[in-house]
Design a protein around this ligand. Structure first.
Ligand SMILES: [Zn+2]
Ligand SMILES: [Zn+2]
Length: 152
């Protein structure tokens, strides 16, 4: 009976958000869930993902809905990581851009630094506009324009 298997989402992050895995969720609300990265690269390394399946940062648009979703993800990530690693004074929040993303379901990486082991930082370097994009920078890119200013 392959029916049940076919009905399940093939996307691992959708399964996590749908609570159909044994992953421990650090935070859940109607918009986002947060959990530990399976392969941590820092003292603390959390992921915050939207419950809805949004593939990558390229699918985000300059509109209120997307902007408030990403701000909410960042807020949740900051709260969790500062709560759990108050001894760290350096935090980092950002997204992989395709083709550098590992899973095609939008996820915010939240780090309490330093990276462990140290060479892991290579994976999260931002080089120009490729690779890793800081959450704040992405927010600037999708921030809705004030009314009255027309798009160019
Ligand atoms: Zn998904
Ligand atoms: Zn990633």
């Amino acid at each position: 009976m392959a029916v049940a298997a076919a009905a399940a989402s093939p996307c691992i992050f959708c399964q996590i958000a749908g609570k159909s895995t044994s992953t421990t969720l650090l935070h859940t609300d109607e918009k986002v869930v947060a959990f530990q990265d399976i392969n941590p690269a820092a003292v603390r390394h959390y992921l915050v993902i939207p419950v809805d399946h949004i593939p990558t940062v390229k699918d985000l648009q300059r509109k209120t809905e997307d902007y408030s979703l990403v701000s909410h993800m960042l807020e949740v990530g900051k709260t969790l990581i500062q709560r759990d690693a108050p001894q760290c004074h350096q935090y980092r929040f950002g997204f992989h851009q395709p083709p550098f993303n590992s899973v095609n379901h939008l996820h915010l990486h939240c780090f309490a630094l330093p990276y462990t082991p140290r060479w892991k930082c290579i994976k999260y370097l931002s080089v120009g506009s490729i690779g890793f994009v800081e959450a704040e920078k992405l927010l600037g890119k999708i921030k809705p324009l004030p009314p009255g200013i027309s798009k160019v």
